[in-house]
Design a protein around this ligand. Structure first.
Ligand SMILES: NC(=O)c1ccc[n+]([C@@H]2O[C@H](COP(=O)([O-])OP(=O)(O)OC[C@H]3O[C@@H](n4cnc5c(N)ncnc54)[C@H](OP(=O)(O)O)[C@@H]3O)[C@@H](O)[C@H]2O)c1
Length: 256
């Protein structure tokens, strides 16, 4: 049974997609949430929906921040703790895709940006939050990807960033036990705006649905359900787990 009643949760990248679905689910389960992203208008819409879903009418803490900037990561932590005072759950979800192939003009700047948002911001935010995470409940859920487990030469730096994130999850799980648990959710293709920088995002989701043996991509709510499970005491014996939800991509027959 997933019980998040009155838990405090900081969920990054929650103006859209998986993070927004997670904020809505946590709110409906009675949690107090802090939501973060660059787009204030989108955040405000998510906040309204969270409040409407909350059995306690809790209003989310809304934080406009760009994780490309270290100072915004620090401010996200400060604004969250100044309201909540303590934190039960940290969901490191904000992430971006790579846009440059290896060797393309400017590819190293793209690599730096991917590593900054997908890895460095997670490391720094985690470092700041750990002393404030409740002992004997505190739960960190990192949103990684099957890309961290399976190479894709076209998205090489994104794959590297998620592989690094998975090792961070495992390293921190060992370090922070027995008081704080750290787990990872690794989605395959999921129907969000993640592919919006590509020329035809719909075609990518159709292609992924075809390649993934269950013949569909995940919906953001599917991944949010798993995040809620890992965030809650329902998974109390799990730490350091890399939990894949990929409609079968990793077990697809390579010859079909
Ligand atoms: N969709 C998939 O197929 C898929 C598959 C595997 C893993 N994932 C992972 O799932 C996570 C969530 O992605 P999604 O699919 O939900 O994509 P999404 O719909 O594009 O959402 C990404 C979220 O991250 C935030 N974000 C992006 N850049 C940011 C920055 N510089 N500073 C602060 N926030 C930033 C966005 O907010 P703003 O735009 O408001 O800044 C948005 O709320 C990512 O870590 C991604 O790697 C996705």
């Amino acid at each position: 049974m997933i019980d998040l009643d009155d838990k405090t949760a900081l969920i990054t990248g929650s103006s859209d997609g998986i993070g927004a679905a997670t904020a809505l689910l946590f709110s409906s389960l009675g949690a107090k949430v802090a939501i973060v992203g660059r787009d204030k208008a989108k955040l405000n819409k998510v906040a309204e929906r969270c409040e409407a879903k909350s059995p306690h009418n809790y209003k989310p803490v809304v934080i406009k921040a760009d994780f490309a900037k270290d100072e915004d990561v620090v401010r996200t932590f400060q604004e969250t703790i100044s309201v909540f005072k303590k934190l039960d759950i940290l969901v490191n979800n904000a992430g971006i895709a790579s846009t440059k192939a290896f060797g393309d003009p400017d590819y190293l700047n793209d690599y730096d940006r991917v590593m900054q948002i997908n890895v460095r911001a997670v490391v720094r935010l985690t470092e700041l939050c750990v002393p404030h995470l409740t002992r004997d409940y505190g739960s960190i859920v990192n949103v990684s990807s099957v890309a961290g487990l399976r190479p894709n030469p076209g998205s090489w730096s994104y794959c590297m960033s998620k592989a690094a994130l998975d090792m961070f999850t495992k390293s921190m799980a060992g370090k922070l036990a027995p008081h704080i648990r750290v787990n990872s959710v690794n989605p395959g293709g999921t129907r969000t705006n993640f592919f919006s920088s590509r020329p035809d995002p719909k075609a990518i989701l159709t292609l992924l649905a075809d390649k993934q043996p269950l013949k569909r991509v995940a919906e953001p709510q599917d991944i949010a359900n798993l995040i809620a499970f890992l965030a809650s005491d329902a998974s109390r014996n799990m730490t350091g787990s890399i939990v894949v939800s990929d409609t079968g991509l990793l077990v697809a027959d390579p010859y079909r």
